[in-house]
Design a protein around this ligand. Structure first.
Ligand SMILES: [Ca+2]
Length: 351
């Protein structure tokens, strides 16, 4: 237990340190708890299916000969911070002083590229930079896991097996088509690749060659990284004429009375339809009439925008009115806390 807490606290301070530390322990603990013979048999089935999908023998050999289950990958899959931490703790760690300061620097040094991305894809540069900052500390986190090891481990594991089996075939396709060389196919413990942390299927669907060198390089080209993030959001309903939402002050007792779905509301934006737990959608003016205000006590904007209320930790009198773009950000990682961290970081690094 002491070991687990120590790792957790380091992860909370800096994702990079967390990933590095985990990787260094992997060598000693990687196959604990795994049925190695069962994994090998399973892998034979993967090879057969890969051949039937048209993946070349050369690629199958290169990618799967040395693939091995990584125990800590499964352990981390069972213990994700989005599920365990309070809003206050999660947001504090994601909106660290380092990430705020570095984000402002990155907004300045990549200003021209981000402006072009905003023009081409209709996603504000600060939102692209905020996702980049939260995913990989603006591209500075060392990505130490083989995508094949990570994805194969989660495909073999029962919890999310079918989904990750698809990701494994997508990873093989990326290698087979020559989009990325084997040695560069590095990612996080969950197999998310490169600076924007794209899963292999999303890479195939959304990665963009923005700098025009013929490669969709989400590992080393900042233009490709930014365009890929923006293309992902745009393809998932992001609207250029709205922001993500805003932090608000709730009326006294509002945490209980304002939630719930009993009253007639608006139809949520299409991209939000799948997120039923966002509860009721109302126009900003209706939230205003119910006593919701900006954090400084001022009235809400008068513009008509459908919004849902996210109440973070109970009892602090605070909440967040979120708009359709919040749901586009959640397509990246389906957690209210994650999307709030991205939205709030984007506001901080904008100026
Ligand atoms: Ca490129």
């Amino acid at each position: 237990m002491a070991f687990g807490r120590r790792v957790g606290s380091i992860c909370g301070l800096a994702l990079g340190a967390c990933l590095g530390l985990s990787a260094s322990f992997t060598a000693h603990a990687e196959t604990n708890g795994f049925d190695t013979a069962g994994f090998e048999t399973w892998l034979q089935g993967v090879r057969t299916e890969a051949r039937s999908r048209g993946i070349s023998d050369k690629t199958i050999k290169l990618a799967l000969s040395n693939v091995k289950p990584v125990h800590i990958v499964v352990k981390r899959d069972r213990n994700q911070p989005e599920l365990k931490q309070t809003y206050a703790r999660y947001l504090k760690s994601r909106l660290s002083d380092w990430r705020r300061k570095k984000g402002a620097e990155m907004m300045a040094s990549h200003s021209d590229e981000l402006k072009t991305i905003q023009k081409d894809y209709g996603v504000q540069g600060q939102v692209v930079a905020a996702i980049w900052g939260i995913e990989t500390n603006y591209g500075t986190v060392p990505l130490s896991y083989s995508v094949f090891d990570a994805v194969a481990t989660l495909a073999y594991d029962k919890r999310r097996g079918p989904r990750f089996r698809r990701e494994l075939f997508a990873a093989l396709e990326i290698l087979d088509k020559g989009y990325a060389p084997y040695d560069e196919m590095k990612g996080s413990w969950a197999g998310a690749m490169g600076q924007p942390q794209f899963m292999p299927e999303n890479y195939l669907k959304y990665a963009v060659d923005q700098d025009g060198d013929g490669k969709r390089d989400i590992w080393a080209s900042s233009e490709d990284v930014f365009a890929s993030i923006a293309n992902f959001l745009k393809s998932n309903g992001y609207r250029s004429d709205e922001i993500w939402g805003r932090k608000v002050k709730l009326p006294k007792g509002g945490e209980q009375t304002l939630q719930g779905t009993q009253a007639a509301g608006l139809t949520p934006p299409a991209v939000c339809a799948r997120y039923k737990s966002l509860g009721i959608w109302r126009n900003l003016q209706d939230w205003q009439a119910l006593g919701v205000r900006r954090t400084n006590g001022a009235d809400l904007p008068t513009r008509s925008i459908p919004a849902a209320l996210v109440v973070g930790d109970e009892g602090d009198g605070e909440g967040y009115l979120v708009y359709g773009n919040f749901c586009s950000i959640m397509r990246y990682n389906p957690s209210f806390k994650y999307a709030l961290a991205v939205g709030m970081l984007s506001d901080i690094i904008k100026d």
